[in-house]
Ligand binder design. Structure first.
Ligand SMILES: Cc1cc2nc3c(=O)[nH]c(=O)nc-3n(C[C@H](O)[C@H](O)[C@H](O)COP(=O)(O)OP(=O)(O)OC[C@H]3O[C@@H](n4cnc5c(N)ncnc54)[C@H](O)[C@@H]3O)c2cc1C
Length: 345
């Protein structure tokens, strides 16, 4: 992992900085990739994108959920966003993570939460609920959850990560579900996942083609990679695949011009829009993924005061993670897992 990547991942995992950032609202350039911190903010963003013929999947950001109260609060927040989408008649649905709903410490609670979300969504014109995939060790929970939900609901689906050797099996397992296909965002071991860009791209194309030829539901191709997008477009044309069963997806704030031009060509397009207080970790991970994204933040970073604060705090976070961690741990003794580090989308 490069030094720059490690630096931003360390910042994203730092609970002290995540907590401190909550009171600020998206800043340091994060407002380019996070649609504000209120429901009103996200509703306005969805309206703006819908006017351009672009649908939205909303991620109500939530990090470090490790107690029942936070998991239920996360579920209630998601229900409020769904209600706003429904009341405003927006072209949007939700992307949720089981970890946000409590899966890392209470699987039954997480299931109750996701069940309530999917059941409520059904009553909102069968609104779709996507279960985002996270680290490999949570995949079994996701498939188990889906297997239970799909016997009762048709408005739930998930994400297939092309870096997993298991991707093939999962594509075959869920032909009837709406699926999002991605390359995969987490660091996984060579025992379970392809490691090189070439191998991942090759498997990604293989899975996309297999899925498009056999799918009985919507397939979402979620990538910023123009080579993959161009390949998919020509595959759709060559094989006369019904365009209404395919869509492209990108993250909010990334390659917006390309997204709009693809939508203008008549393809379905959905933007993944994150919003909420917990913007800091998400933003740092986007910077880690593609440091070129720093240009988004440059205007803010070059202000001497901001640069000084971020540099100082970042350096402290990287060089003395134990010190910061211990301080926060002492403050939050009632929540012993609060400091668990992870990398997520
Ligand atoms: C909507 C959406 C939902 C996702 N959901 C999940 C999920 O649930 N689970 C999960 O594990 N992962 C998820 N991901 C992340 C995904 O797995 C990848 O980590 C991430 O999208 C980066 O891979 P990529 O396919 O975009 O292209 P990359 O491999 O990052 O880039 C390939 C090439 O595309 C071009 N490119 C990429 N980005 C840009 C840019 N910003 N500007 C200009 N050129 C660019 C460059 O030429 C680059 O070399 C999601 C991604 C998206 C878009």
């Amino acid at each position: 992992m490069s030094l720059v990547k490690s630096f931003f991942i360390a910042l994203s995992n730092n609970t002290f900085l995540n907590e401190a950032a909550k009171s600020m609202g998206p800043s340091l350039g994060a407002n380019k990739v996070v649609a504000g911190n209120t429901i009103e903010d996200v509703v306005n963003t969805i309206k703006r994108l819908n006017r351009k013929n672009i649908a939205v999947t909303v991620d109500n950001l939530g990090e470090f959920v490790n107690n029942k109260q936070d998991a239920i609060a996360a579920k209630d927040d998601i229900l409020k966003v769904m209600d706003a989408i429904y009341q405003h008649n927006l072209d949007a649905h939700m992307s949720v993570k089981l970890s946000q709903l409590g899966a890392e410490f209470d699987k039954a609670l997480a299931y109750d939460n996701i069940y309530e979300i999917v059941a409520t969504a059904k009553s909102y014109n069968n609104m779709h609920i996507n279960i985002d995939t996270e680290k490999y060790d949570s995949l079994f929970d996701i498939t188990q959850t889906l297997d239970r939900l799909k016997s009762e609901f048709s408005n739930v689906g998930t994400v297939i990560q092309a870096y997993l050797y298991k991707g093939d099996v999962l594509i075959d397992k869920y032909p009837n579900l709406r699926l999002r296909l991605v390359k995969g965002a987490y660091k996984e071991s060579p025992y379970i996942a392809y490691q090189t860009k070439e191998e991942i791209d090759e498997n990604y194309i293989h899975l996309i083609e297999k899925r498009l030829l056999n799918a009985q539901n919507m397939t979402s191709i979620a990538t910023h990679d123009h080579n993959i997008i161009n390949h998919v477009k020509s595959f759709i044309e060559t094989h006369d695949i019904d365009k209404s069963r395919v869509e492209f997806q990108m993250l909010y704030g990334f390659r917006s011009d390309l997204a709009e031009s693809i939508a203008n060509e008549g393809y379905n397009f959905t933007i993944y829009v994150p919003f909420g207080d917990d913007w800091f970790g998400y933003f740092m991970r986007r910077l880690a993924e593609r440091p070129q994204n720093l240009t988004l933040a440059f205007k803010e970073f070059v202000k001497p005061k901001t640069l000084a604060i971020l540099g100082l705090v970042g350096l402290t976070a990287c060089l003395l993670p134990q010190t910061l961690s211990k301080k926060v741990k002492r403050k939050s003794t009632s929540q012993p897992n609060r400091l668990r580090c992870r990398t997520r989308l």
